[in-house]
Each structure stands twice: as C-alpha cells, then as structure tokens.
Write a protein that binds this ligand. Structure first.
Ligand code: F6P
Length: 365
C-alpha cells in the first residue's frame, strides 16, 4: 500500500448519545493539530456524511468540551445510509441506498480517512463502508457496553455511576415508606448496566435479559426479606429483562428508524404483579435517558481520550477496517468484521454474576 501522507480526517458520532463523545472528539482534534492534520466533523452521524453537512474542527472548537455530555456534532440512531428514510415530493416515505454518496463527499473534502464513534449499528455500517473501500476506523461507544470485541465502551461507566446514584436515593424512599422500589435501566438486550448499577447500588434483586426471571421466586425473596425484618426491597431491572417464557416489553416501534424497536416499561408490569402477589406497596421508576446525559466520569474521560488517540494511531498506521478496543486492560484493536452485526451479552459465568450469587443477591431465577 502506498504510504501517502494523511492530511485530513473526517469524524462523526453515530447512534444514541453518551457521555464521553466530546472527549473523544477533543482527543482526535488535539492530536491531529499536533500532527498537522485537518479534521472535518460530519453532523448528525452518517446523515451528515450523506447530506454533506459538515464543519471544520480545530483546537478552538474543542476547548472546554472534555466534561460536556452529548456530542457537539449531533448524532442519530435512525439513519443508516444503506437504507436511508427519505420523503419524496408527494410526502411519501421511502428507503434509499445513499451509501454511494459517501465516498464522493469524502473525496470532495479531501478526507483521507474516517473515524466513526458509535455502537453496534454504526460499526455495522462502518464495516460495510470499509468493504467498499472507505478507509475507516471505529471507536466503541455506548452506555449499554454491548459491543463485541471490546471489554469496555466509553459512556458505560458514567451510566452505571448515574444509575447507582439514583438507586442510592431510592433506598431511602423505600425505607421510609416500607416499599418495594423497582428501578428500570436501559441497556437494550444486555444486562451490563443493570448488573453494574444494581450491584454497586446494593440492590436485593437484579433482573437482566440473560437470565429470564420467575415472578413467584421474586415475590418469595421479598416476603422472605420482610420476615427477616427488612421493611423495604430494591429491585433493579434491565429494560430487556423478561419472565421465563415471556417477552420483552416494547415501549415503541419507530418505523423510520434503522433499529425499529425501543424497549421500556417492564418495571411497571412487574410492579403490578408483585404488589398483587406480596401485598406490599410496589413502585416502579424508569431512569430512561437520564443515565445517558451529563458529565462523563473521570474513568470515561480518560478512556475516551485513550480511544481517540488510539484511533489516530490506527489511522497513521493505515490499520483501516478496525475498531479501537480494550481487552484484558490493554488498548488494541479488532477487525470491524468481528464486531459488525453482533452484540455482547453478559456471560452467565461472568464475575459480576458470580459475585451477586455469593453475596445473596437474587437474580430472579
Ligand atoms: O443504545 C443506547 C440506548 O440508550 C439503549 O440503552 C436504549 O434501549 C436505546 O438507546 C434508546 O434509544 P432512544 O434514544 O432512541 O430512545
């Protein structure tokens, strides 16, 4: 491969936002400045790349954004350039493959390589673009921590921390009112967030999608606690958790989105059933998007900075078609083909699950 000098790099943030996106953008832009490389930011994820909506990014643009949640570039978890939803002149909605516009737009701006910050949807698109010759490097983000090929995504630590804080606060409400409080957290089809925050928040019961639960057993655990003098119980449930033989609760279907299903609401369903079964007042609290907003933790700021710098290293070494990864505490990379179209759920033998068992936390099974 010819070793042409990389002069300009494009960057975009795709998928649901999370704390740390700005910290990665900052690291990339600052590192690029040192290396005399220009950065072009594309707005609102892949949409900006297709529609050629962009902004040059220099050190002044990333000043004071390390601690800022969200993304200065905007994001989208709906727009897949291979099936972009568009309205025709009559207002009718149709899907079109606009991926062909991407190489053209990159060429127009003299962009030699693209850095994509995103979750599994964005990495899947990145892999398809990479197979079509776009020089691309991925950076793993998501509060869900469900990306294949890396032990950690940035944003997850902050979400765990915010959810833990909420659980801490709900302990006192539960105690004062002798209630069962059910706290529902996001995480899609993986239980990383519920497990991490549930353990850190001292939950009595943690329910995750990987372990379908038995409502009768949950009721027994709560009544058993009551017999032992515990007047309140805290249940942390992942939005994707479901009873044995039952289904996940869908909050909404967005026909215009690349991923149509949005989960949510299982806590309300469970609260109703448990209240009837146990006779104890039971309330559901859905944390939802709150855990996605605000300042990243120190851990996420540093992980994001390391990831940004590593992405620049991969570009400099022409290691395209790869995603930055953290495995066994070491920073490295993984081919996008190993990430694309997959998700990483919690292995049943994971240390957090074993620890929960060993300290008597019920996983509802
Ligand atoms: O992937 C991040 C995430 O927050 C999931 O945990 C959640 O299921 C989904 O995005 C929510 O998406 P939206 O922001 O479209 O409601």
């Amino acid at each position: 491969m010819s070793q042409f000098r990389i002069k300009r790099i494009g960057i975009l943030t795709g998928g649901g936002d999370c704390p740390g996106l700005n910290a990665v953008i900052r690291a990339v832009v600052k590192n690029a400045f040192q290396e005399k490389i220009d950065i072009v930011g594309f707005r609102d994820g892949y949409l900006g790349l297709v529609q050629d909506d962009f902004q040059p990014l220099g050190p002044a643009d990333v000043s004071n954004i390390l601690t800022r949640g969200g993304t200065i570039l905007g994001s989208s978890n709906k727009d897949n350039p291979f099936h972009l939803v568009e309205k025709d002149r009559s207002g009718k909605i149709r899907r079109r493959d606009r991926s062909g516009d991407i190489p053209q737009n990159l060429k127009k701006h003299g962009v030699d390589a693209l850095v994509v910050l995103g979750g599994d949807g964005s990495m899947t698109v990145a892999e398809h673009l990479s197979r079509r010759g776009v020089r691309i490097v991925g950076v793993p983000k998501t509060i869900d921590n469900d990306l294949m090929g890396t032990d950690q995504t940035f944003g997850h630590d902050t979400a765990v921390s915010v959810a833990t804080d909420a659980i801490d606060r709900l302990h006192t409400v539960a105690d004062s009112h002798h209630r069962v409080m059910i706290v529902e957290v996001m995480g899609r089809y993986a239980g990383w967030l519920a497990l991490g925050a549930g353990l850190a928040g001292g939950a009595d019961i943690i329910l995750i999608p990987e372990i379908p639960y038995d409502e009768r057993k949950i009721g027994e655990t709560i009544l058993d606690r009551q017999k032992r003098g515990k007047k309140s119980s805290i249940v942390v449930i992942a939005e994707g958790a479901h009873p044995k033989g039952g289904k996940m609760v869908v909050d909404r279907i967005n026909p215009l989105s690349a991923e149509r299903i949005r989960l949510g609401g299982i806590s309300r369903e469970l609260a109703g059933h448990l209240e009837t079964q146990s006779g104890l007042e039971t309330r559901a609290v859905i944390l939802g998007h709150i855990v996605r907003g605000g300042t990243p933790t120190a851990y996420d700021r540093n992980l994001a900075t390391l990831f940004g710098v590593k992405a620049m290293e991969l570009v400099a070494k022409r290691q395209f078609g790869k995603m930055v990864a953290l495995r066994d505490g070491k920073l490295g990379s993984v081919p996008l083909s190993k990430v694309s179209g997959k998700i990483r759920i919690v292995p049943l033998k994971h240390d957090l699950i074993q620890a929960a068992h060993k300290i008597g936390v019920s996983l509802g099974n």
